[in-house]
Design a protein around this ligand. Structure first.
Ligand code: HPA
Ligand code: ZN
Length: 323
């Protein structure tokens, strides 16, 4: 078979800000006159040791200071798409964090123009179709999420859906009931991170209260057999990110990751890279790593690739072409 990194696949859990490689961070810092508290890209890369989600988020948000212009965002997205294409990605549904930029004084229009510009050129340049998903930061208020949705109105032709990310524990999905209702009424697709560090009840809440179509991560659903039965029955996709789970210590070792157990339980799971610049690999690298660590078969890998198209927000014709 092809190498697992070459299998055609869709990437459905990818934070564009998490694709900021140290070298690009330094180049953008120089261009924009931003001081980084690291002597070199190598020194920055050595700082990528995390104890949990929060310790990663602290660095992830701090480094965004280098992203200022629409060109910066376009360059970031184009670099990701080139790397993803080289690892077999044919379709990517890409998260971004508007509040992390608007809070720093970067207008939402600048962010969307930059990202959407790169995404519009992606099919021709890289052979990768794309969609953009705007995430609300769950450790900010529900009002701030609502303001973000309102501010995004002029750009909704370029935004396919909404998501929910950042520090999970203590910020249950129900906090965002109203903004998700409003997003649904605007015809936006809905997804949410749940069950990464938070309990299985957050997964239920994301489904029942927010009406999400996919769960991002969903790892901890495995602690609740009744919930697993529901996810299997309803074919709710879970966008797993095994390298992220190891780096953020949701699991100790890749060998301990429940990916294979989740497949065996009949769950519709996909494999994704989350924040590849920080977690040690893009999605092809991740396929390679889980194959080795979990002794996945060729069939397992093909199934994961197939699942990624089934779980994508693609219509069936596009789905077939992508394969
Ligand atoms: N979890 C929550 N928020 C995030 C993540 C993540 O893995 N990556 C970027 N923002
Ligand atoms: Zn994520």
């Amino acid at each position: 078979m092809n190498l697992p990194e070459d299998l055609p696949k869709a990437e459905l859990h990818l934070h564009i800000e998490g694709t900021l490689e140290p070298e690009l961070a330094f180049a953008l810092a120089a261009r924009n006159g931003v001081d980084l508290p690291y002597a070199s890209a190598e020194e920055l890369r050595r700082a990528y040791r995390f104890d949990d989600l929060q310790s990663f988020l602290d660095l992830y948000y701090a480094l965004m200071a280098v992203l200022r212009t629409a060109d910066d965002f376009a360059e970031l997205a184009d670099a990701y798409l080139a790397r993803a294409a080289a690892q077999g990605v044919r379709h990517a549904e890409i998260f971004f964090d508007p509040q992390a930029h608007t809070d720093r004084g970067v207008p939402l229009g600048t962010v969307v123009e930059g990202l959407a510009g790169a995404l519009e050129r992606s099919e021709e340049r890289h052979g990768v179709t794309t969609q953009l998903i705007m995430c609300f930061l769950r450790d900010r208020s529900a009002e701030s999420a609502r303001e973000t949705l309102d501010a995004a109105r002029p750009y909704l032709d370029r935004i396919a859906g909404v998501g929910l990310d950042s520090a999970e524990v203590g910020h249950p999905p129900a906090k965002f009931r109203e903004v998700y209702e409003a997003a649904g009424a605007l015809g936006l697709r809905r997804v949410a991170h749940a069950g990464e560090e938070g309990p299985p009840s957050y997964v239920r809440e994301a489904l029942d209260v927010l009406g999400v179509e996919r769960i991002d991560h969903g790892l901890r659903a495995m602690e609740d057999p009744e919930l697993v039965r529901r996810l299997v029955r309803d074919r709710v996709p879970l966008t797993l990110c095994p390298l992220s789970n190891v780096r953020l210590r949701a699991v100790d070792l890749l060998e301990d990751h429940p990916l294979k157990a989740m497949m065996d339980a009949g769950l519709l799971v996909t494999v994704n890279s989350d924040d590849p610049a920080y977690f040690g690999g893009y999605v092809g690298d991740t396929f390679h790593a889980v194959r080795e660590a979990l002794a996945l078969t060729e069939d397992d890998l093909r199934r994961l690739a197939r699942n990624s198209f089934e779980a994508a927000f693609l219509d069936h014709d596009e789905d077939l072409r992508a394969r």
